[in-house]
Design a protein around this ligand. Sequence first.
Ligand code: 15L
Length: 280
Amino acid sequence: MKTVLITGATGDVGSHLRRELAGKYKLRLSDRRPLENKSKSENFIRADISKMPEALRITKGVDAIVHLGGYSVEGRWEGILQANIVGCYNVFEAARRNGVKRIVFPTSNHAVGFYRRDRTIDHRVYPKPDSRYGVSKVFGEALGSLYADKYGMEFLMLRIGNVHPFPLDKRRLAIWASPRDIAQLVAIGIDHPDIKFEIVYGVSGNKRSWYDNSNAERLGYRPQDDSERHAADVLSRETPGDPVAELYQGGIFTVAEEVPNPAAPKKVSKGKGSKGRKKK
Ligand code: 15L
């Protein structure tokens, strides 16, 4: 059984993966925060990946890394810089020094969030980040590309939509990923014998998808879920959003200076961005 490190294991996606992948791999869980409800069989190491010695400690002796650790929404630059730029560099570099070849990196739909909703995009489009957070994910994709080409490491870049037991709103009908579908993609990233550097979209097989996910299908992905089953219910609760945000795939990330946890998607503090762009 492979030993797999999951960083950011206490977060939303980490909690789903911890449950979905238990028994399939020997999981080493890590986070800056303590792990609540830790079972006796779970192996948890508390560590701050913005410090290289700690990144070296947690990556030692594993077969693969699922690097979820970091800031997961739009927010202040200082926090994103430490968690997503410094932290990501430390984890990839620590993996290299410790001889760990395979990394699954959950990048985000926000790396390409400034594509319009009337476009279908695939894994070959150039990045169009919609936020500082999106820029940090593009950094992770670029760093992975460098480490693949220069050091022969292997990366699956998962541009995740929104992982939740059900789609939260109209935008998420297009980008929703069920926990079991995201776990299937992560397992492909860990086990597929022929991955050098690949980008795929971390979404279910949604009828309303904005993505051509043929690269994931080529690697064997067969999604089990489709948000369409929830569409009528979601749309009946939908209220009109910001008109600029509605144009772009990244939604509120394209206009907000801070975005709260998606469990509370309506509470958004908007900055100058929206009005400034509308005037143009
Ligand atoms: C993301 O990248 C975030 O990590 C997640 O919390 C959601 O906000 C998601 O995007 C989304 O676009 O809904």
